[in-house]
Design a protein around this ligand. Structure first.
Ligand SMILES: Cc1cc2nc3c(=O)[nH]c(=O)nc-3n(C[C@H](O)[C@H](O)[C@H](O)COP(=O)(O)O)c2cc1C
Length: 337
């Protein structure tokens, strides 16, 4: 019998938590060097990391990237992540809402508004689902029911191609994405899932009306490797492993997008693991930095672990801003060594 969306999502969590699913391509943060200012002429207390993204105010330029929903376990993870994001004033993205569209009873596993009334919240759908029965009205309903501030649309052709029985018809999606962007009252953000987005593709997506791009580049969680490990089929896993270093590394992909599209709202994610890498992501051109797997690990542990991770990221980011002699995250753009 075909695996249900619910079973698939639960297995994804286990594979990500228990197996080595790191991209075989190093993200390359070591090659990004920030200036060290020995005489900063400000106090650490003067550093201000607050920002706005797509018009939403955030106390730090951080996003908990799209991961989960659809199971009871996912409900608890989403609750933990949303509460911590709300308390810290950072943004939070839910995992793909397709399961909820298929089964309305799963709404409570995504619905974090009761515990996080003010968090900047993004719903999520796979763009390819627009070729598999998901209509613009469904996406609108997802956003409305969850009271989301925006919709993440993920682009995952490699993942679908490696996944047994994946949804691989990516034909003629551009007009459907354009119709979706036109119909929604909230911004649509296009993202990859760990392979990156080239500037030429970003331009096409902007032509469709997307408001921002999340590069979700290579160097962190590899969705080829996740799907290979999930397949329980040695041949399929070998095929998947051949794609273990596929895609554009996050820092380079972010810099390329920023160079090509100076005013585009950009999120960097994929392989960001500490606050200094957050600072580097901002320095090469991102407006926001997103992390997925580190937050899954923390949420799997406890509420306190999620809060502690956010504190560590923000503290290291603040110190990095200070040590470059910058006062705000906007100043970081001039802080490459
Ligand atoms: C357990 C898990 C589930 C994910 N589910 C989704 C999803 O439903 N939709 C999506 O757009 N991305 C999903 N992602 C991808 C992440 O949002 C992110 O793009 C990718 O993992 C790279 O970030 P990282 O290296 O910090 O993990 C998922 C990631 C993880 C770890």
């Amino acid at each position: 019998m075909a695996e249900s969306t619910e079973q698939r999502k639960s297995r994804h969590l286990d594979v990500c938590l228990d197996e080595d699913v790191a991209s075989r391509l190093p993200a390359g943060w070591d090659a990004v060097r920030l200036r060290h200012e020995a005489l900063p002429e400000i106090a650490l207390a003067d550093v201000d990391v607050a920002t706005t993204f797509l018009g939403f105010s955030l106390r730090a330029p951080l996003l908990i990237s799209s991961m989960t929903g659809g199971t009871q376990r996912a409900a608890e993870i989403n609750r933990r992540l949303a509460c911590a994001a709300e308390a810290a004033g950072i943004a939070f993205a839910l995992g793909s809402g397709r399961a909820m569209l298929e089964n309305a009873a799963l709404r409570s596993t995504f619905d974090v508004r009761p515990v996080a009334p003010n968090v900047v919240l993004f719903a999520n759908l796979g763009a390819v689902q627009l070729n598999y029965g998901v209509r613009v009205e469904d996406a609108r309903r997802l956003v409305d029911v969850l009271d989301a501030n925006g919709l993440y649309l993920h682009l995952n052709p490699l993942q679908e191609a490696i996944q047994p029985g994946g949804d691989t018809n990516f034909r003629a999606l551009e007009p459907k994405i354009a119709a979706l962007c036109a119909a929604l009252d909230v911004p649509v953000i296009a993202k990859s899932v760990g392979s990156g987005i080239a500037p030429s593709t970003a331009l096409r997506l902007i032509g469709c009306g997307v408001a921002a791009i999340d590069v979700a580049g290579a160097g962190g969680t590899s969705w080829a490797r996740v799907e290979g490990k999930r397949a329980d089929d040695a041949s399929r896993e070998r095929i998947a492993e051949a794609f273990g270093d596929w895609g554009y590394a996050t820092p380079r992909a972010t810099a390329a997008l920023r160079a090509a599209l100076p005013r585009l709202p950009v999120v960097a994610s994929g392989g960001i693991r500490d606050g200094v890498q957050v600072a580097k992501a901002l320095a090469v051109g991102a407006d926001l930095a997103g992390l997925a797997l580190p937050f899954l690990r923390a949420a799997d542990e406890s509420d306190a672990a999620v809060a502690e991770l956010i504190t560590e990221l923000v503290t290291a980011l603040r110190i990095a801003v200070f040590a470059t002699g910058s006062r705000t995250i906007a100043d970081l753009r001039d802080a490459l060594a």
